[in-house]
Design a protein. Structure first.
Length: 243
């Protein structure tokens, strides 16, 4: 079993490394579903990790996964930058107007030049997860990240389990969707996956004025922003390693 923790700060990287996570998905803007992090954050994450891989989310904006030529160009350049900064992998995805994997995925794989490549939850809004999985294999992706087309990993478990069966070891299927220590074992048993992905965050207090005017989206009243939860990550990693 492998565990990937989604983080958006240097502190989050430290938490994942200390807990023994196999990978971090490094991003910013998790309240928008995750966006490409800064080059400096990538460099800091790589410098801080000895045992945890750094996989960088490449997503230029919030919203759907249908990208213009200009956006694809930016994404390719971001992949090159992440690779040059020492990242171990990238997390990427694009869907065309028909709901299939966009041909731009070939350019993403080429730009990664041997890095591990995860096709992210764009698979959950594709026209067919089964067809998208076959396309991801054909493009050369290392893994797909999916919640089984549902918000919750347990609700999407039947679809995830079918994708694991369909993959047959040709590509890794990693499950996500509200994964926590309280449901991780059940999620593993219900899906048959060998990898879990979790964004385990807790609200952080801050300056009273900034909390009122500039608090992050969805942050509870009286708090400032979210950050990675050390206790929950440690417990989750311990559970997964125990299997």
């Amino acid at each position: 079993m492998r565990i990937e923790i989604c983080v958006e700060s240097v502190g989050g990287v430290r938490v994942a490394e200390e807990a023994g996570a196999d990978r971090v998905e490094l991003c910013c803007g998790l309240s928008d579903g995750g966006l490409t992090p800064s080059l400096a954050l990538i460099e800091e994450a790589v410098a801080l990790t000895a045992n945890t891989q750094v996989h960088v989310l490449i997503r230029p904006r919030s919203g759907d996964f249908r990208y213009s030529g200009d956006e694809v160009s930016v994404m390719v350049r971001d992949i090159h930058a992440a690779r040059a900064a020492g990242a171990d992998g990238v997390v990427i995805g694009a869907i065309d107007a028909a709901g299939a994997l966009d041909p731009a995925c070939a350019a993403f794989v080429d730009a990664a030049e041997g890095l591990e490549i995860t096709f992210h939850r764009a698979i959950d809004v594709s026209a067919s997860s089964e067809r998208a999985l076959d396309q991801a294999i054909a493009f050369g992706f290392t893994r797909v990240l999916t919640s089984g087309r549902q918000r919750s990993v347990l609700d999407g478990a039947p679809v995830i389990k079918e994708l694991v069966r369909q993959a047959g070891g040709a590509i890794e299927v990693m499950a996500c969707g509200g994964v926590r220590p309280s449901n991780a074992v059940q999620a593993i048993e219900a899906t048959g996956v060998s990898a879990l992905h979790a964004a385990v965050r807790t609200p952080v207090s801050g300056d009273a004025d900034s909390a009122a005017l500039f608090a992050g989206v969805g942050v509870p009243q009286g708090f400032d922003h979210f950050d990675t939860d050390p206790a929950e990550v440690a417990t989750l990693c311990e559970l997964v390693r125990g299997r």
